[in-house]
Ligand binder design. Sequence first.
Ligand SMILES: C[S@@+](CC[C@H](N)C(=O)[O-])C[C@H]1O[C@@H](n2cnc3c(N)ncnc32)[C@H](O)[C@@H]1O
Length: 427
Amino acid sequence: MTRPRESPWDEPLFELIDSVSSKLLGSADLRGNSLASAVHRVSEAYLRQRGSPLELRADREALCARLKFFLPRDLPKIGAPLAELAAVSAFPRRSALRVLDLGAGLGATSLGLAEFAFTRAGVTRVEVDAVDCDPQALAIAAELGSGWARLRGHDLRLRTRCASLDAAALSHARPPYDLIVLGFVLNELGDQQSDAVSHHCDWLRRCSELLSADGALIALEPALRAQSRTLQEVRSRLADSPGPPYVFAPCLHLGACPLLARERDWCHQQLALSFPARLASIARDAGLRSASPTFSYLTLHRAPRSLRELDGGARLQRIVSGALPSKGKLEFLICGEGSEQRIRRLDRHASDENQPLSDARRGDVLRVTGSRTDASVLQITPQSRVERLPAAGVDLGAAPPSAAGYDTPLQQPTETPPQHGSGPDTR
Ligand SMILES: C[S@@+](CC[C@H](N)C(=O)[O-])C[C@H]1O[C@@H](n2cnc3c(N)ncnc32)[C@H](O)[C@@H]1O
């Protein structure tokens, strides 16, 4: 059982970050405007607007931006796919969890994983093999890992290895791993590939061979259109081939991805979290949105497991857009087993039974009974019952998102305007 989460950010975490920055970054330990402009520069590189992630390597001011802003901002994201595994008892049952973090960077995903894992009854130790090609990033990860273990009083052992993510890196791994995580690195690997989808499928298949029989692999990616759509194509290809690995989430079905049909759509998640004042202020100064972190993800399982197990006998639908603006009705894009692509409730049909639709948010999984299907629309009647399943990590203990709660730069020259509420979000 998972104990309820409190806010993923607390003052001791920020104190740890500050002490690591001061100890390891020296003159590049930035504050105020210089920190905000480094954050802005890193964001531009992530967005490929100016520079690229590759050019950030060995850039100590960029490391400081990653440590003081991107790491705490991104740390809670892995909790959402992990909570989904836990919701159907597919979280590996091990007291000492073995984790491989590929492209670990400063360790944001590993720390987020540890924060989640130690809320699980029975988990006493987390051992992470953290691999990255950037030795300075790994030095920070190691320092943060030991500091975090002291701070939380948990047995987290983070071992770093500096290596490029290729076949040789995997041959030096120490399988089996209960969890393998790739936090925001696939897109960087894809920059070097002419066919990123084939590369990622091949790479994820190889990685998943290192999993234990009940292990899972989670790839997080930025909630950008191109990168999320690449992940959707990877998912489609893996879902069409015999496992292992098996597609576990975010999909509730193995059919065609409805958000690939139109170029303007992309599947991503949004955590209903308000940033603490310190993060919000850096975000504002750097021209980034200051709430509701976003990401896309793909969870693969070594065993034929699926998030569908939340309720095998019911109609489950995932909300894959924000509320679509329309007069006299409430609509969302949905993704589920049937042919329906929208859920619609006329305002006059709102009732206690279907009330949870009023509060639905991107990423929610709904169980719907007593609905009617008109072509591709799931029509909610006053008698329809709508339940929100407590599956997704969007429940990380949070204030509701602001209406425009994206962690997107305020100016978005590279993205199309939001279409039917399905975007846009960036890093
Ligand atoms: C955006 S950072 C993400 C770091 C961390 N996983 C997180 O969740 O915040 C991507 C990391 O992948 C690493 N990386 C990119 N390409 C790599 C490669 N070919 N081999 C090893 N590491 C790589 C970079 O050095 C960087 O630290």
